[in-house]
Design a protein around this ligand. Structure first.
Ligand code: AMP
Ligand code: MG
Length: 419
């Protein structure tokens, strides 16, 4: 039977990753960089902050002048100048002198300590200091955030809000990021109807193109919808050819052993097939190969199988293309809430919810697990991943889980408002 040709999930992932090239880079403006993958290492050419500066509004002075000061034994210092942030004090501060300084202003030469305004009393031309502080108090040191020459951001990082602020601090208004993978999406099947076509009895709405487009966008790619190819060789091969404008091509349906399943045959004819069939459920039929150097994934047609296969195989491939270093989802260990039985020999991806009870993480299935039950994906926070060799897992056993949607996971719980 076909069983012999099935390969384990981890081997399929490995073989795919090996054959996926990284895309090129492009230069974008800082505001376009949000969510993109950094395509260069970013070094700082200077210290941040560039000079020692005041962390408080107060008085910059020389520590020996206040060393022995207390409320009963105050000291009076001569105030030389008022120094707002953005200005530099030109002179040198000597013993018995101070400069009124604002937060962020460079520390005047000769001073080593800042006394906050709350610890002082202002007088005509002088300031009364009422308490002592350790040497160096309330000073932000030059380079305490970033040192000149330091590698601040590394290629492969995803750029988020703090990274954008850091790039701005480094005066980088443009940076190199990896190109987004363009992904051609093709649904196959005589039974399929587009969402806005008139209703016909017996037909099935093409939902896979849209769930896959969502998955592509969620991993930073650009979906190109090629529509539906009918189950005819010429039509399918023409559409597949059309898909070669993209960086990667995904088909759904027509990859099983039915009379109208042409995807494998065409992949072999138009390019090379690397493997077909993975030992998993859902999603066993899956063809991977290349046409004209472009990777092609022939995903199964059943809506859940299609999404699960995308998640396991296409997502890491797209992330690799897009320059990411981390290709896989966070792994969780959770306690099963119910017994689950499965077929031996197939790795099983059970759609589940994760939740805490008294500090323990549990997982529970989203109900009916048929490969056509799309609502099992809608409800899922992730998958329980059951190893191929297992057949029965009992409530209370620890299992491995893959977290897909942290947002659903978090919003299904009480939220925490800090006091
Ligand atoms: P196939 O592998 O082509 O035999 O497809 C298996 C089943 O998946 C079909 O009978 C359809 O019910 C379903 N299916 C295939 N393609 C799609 C699609 N694009 N959108 C929704 N369901 C689909
Ligand atoms: Mg079909």
């Amino acid at each position: 039977m076909h069983r012999k040709t099935m390969i384990p999930v981890h081997e399929a992932i490995q073989r795919i990753i090996e054959q996926i090239p990284k895309l090129g880079k492009e230069r974008v403006g800082i505001l376009q960089a949000q969510g993109r993958v950094l395509g260069e290492d970013i070094f700082s050419s200077r210290n941040i902050p560039p000079w020692d500066n005041s962390a408080m509004d107060g008085y910059a002075l020389r520590y020996p002048d206040i060393q022995k000061v207390s409320a009963d034994n105050p000291v009076f210092l001569k105030v030389l100048s008022d120094l707002p942030a953005g200005r530099v004090f030109e002179g040198v501060v000597g013993p018995g002198q101070a400069v009124r300084i604002m937060t962020g202003a460079p520390l005047p030469e000769g001073t080593d300590t800042v006394v906050p305004v709350e610890e002082t009393a202002k007088m005509e031309g002088r300031v009364k200091i009422l308490s002592s502080l350790p040497l160096g108090s309330n000073i932000r040191r030059a380079g305490e955030d970033v040192q000149a020459g330091e590698k601040v951001l590394a290629e492969g990082m995803i750029l988020r809000a703090p990274h954008m602020g850091m790039l701005a601090s480094l005066r980088r208004s443009g940076i190199y990021v990896f190109q987004r993978p363009r992904v051609a999406i093709l649904s196959t099947g005589d039974e399929l109807l587009e969402i806005d076509e008139p209703w016909q009895e017996g037909k099935i709405i093409n939902s896979n193109s849209y769930s896959m487009a969502g998955q592509v966008i969620e991993c930073g790619g650009v979906p190109i919808l090629l529509g539906i190819a009918r189950d005819r060789l010429e039509e399918l091969s023409a559409k597949m050819q059309e898909g070669l404008v993209a960086d990667i091509l995904i088909t759904t349906g027509g990859v099983s052993v039915g009379d109208y399943d042409f995807v494998k045959g065409l992949l072999k004819e138009m390019g090379q097939m690397s493997f077909w069939k993975v030992a998993m459920r859902p999603g066993q039929p899956l063809a991977f190969g290349k046409i004209a150097g472009k990777p092609l994934f022939g995903l199964p047609g059943n809506p859940v199988s299609c999404m699960v296969s995308f998640e396991q195989f296409v997502r890491p491939a797209l992330l690799k293309m897009a320059g990411f270093h981390h290709l896989f989802r966070p792994s969780l260990t959770a306690v099963l809430k119910e017994d689950i039985s499965k077929k031996a020999g197939l790795t099983s991806f059970v759609r589940c919810r994760f939740f805490y009870e008294r500090g323990v993480l549990y997982s529970s299935t989203t109900g009916e697990q048929g490969s056509g039950i799309l609502s099992s994906m809608v409800k899922a926070h992730g998958f329980i991943v059951l190893p191929a060799e297992k057949t029965l897992l009992r409530a209370g056993e620890e299992v491995r889980g893959m977290l897909l949607d942290p947002y659903l996971f978090y919003t299904s719980k009480p939220t925490y408002l800090p006091e």
